[in-house]
Design a protein around this ligand. Structure first.
Ligand code: ADP
Length: 174
């Protein structure tokens, strides 16, 4: 049984992530989508909101579970008895960062390897940050994120605006 860990911010989950997960299920028996808790980066959605959006979007996939972790990824992988780390690659710009992360993780613990999957042609331009920017400015993100995420983005920005949020200052949550 090969258990893969797919770590990321998932703030929020997009069809780019979901595509990697679906294709990952063709290779691995189980996937744990693990939301990384980053104390320096608050993000738009809370960790609990992100997890619940992921669970909702992936409820038909019984071999996928959703979790969160704090601290070193390799320690988390060890704790949940994972076998491999999955990451997605979009453009050459992702490569350098991912190469560094995979190398340091391998240095820290060489029992796990990182498995990279190339983005699908329909989603190479989709990043959580772009999605948030477009949604914040009132653009449509239909077809790029699941419907529950589309709804959550609308209501989140609505709430922030109602709280007197200045659109120019909202970039702190991106
Ligand atoms: P984002 O860059 O969208 O904020 P995350 O930190 O949540 O992404 O990323 C988790 C992993 O998913 C990373 O390896 C990232 O490269 C990958 N990923 C994100 N978006 C896509 C996409 N559209 N296609 C393929 N991989 C992606």
């Amino acid at each position: 049984m090969i258990k893969a860990i797919y770590p990321g911010s998932f703030d929020p989950i997009t069809f780019g992530h979901i595509d990697i997960i679906k294709r990952g299920l063709e290779v691995f028996d189980r996937i744990i989508v693990a939301v990384a808790i980053n104390i320096e980066k608050r993000g738009l959605f809370s960790i609990e909101e992100r997890k619940s959006l992921i669970r909702d979007a992936l409820k038909e996939y019984s071999r996928v579970t959703v979790d969160s972790f704090e601290g070193l990824l390799v320690n988390y992988v060890e704790k949940v008895q994972g076998n491999v780390i999955i990451r997605g690659l979009r453009a050459t710009s992702d490569f350098e960062y991912e190469f560094h992360m995979a190398s340091i993780n391998r240095h820290l613990n060489d029992r796990f390897d990182t498995f990279f999957m190339m983005t699908a042609k329909d989603y190479f331009f989709v990043s959580a940050r772009t999605i948030k920017e477009v949604a914040m400015l009132g653009g449509s993100v239909e077809g790029l994120v699941p419907v529950n995420v589309e709804r959550a983005l609308k209501s989140k920005f609505q709430t922030l605006m109602n709280q007197g949020g200045d659109i120019n200052k909202l970039d702190t949550v991106l």
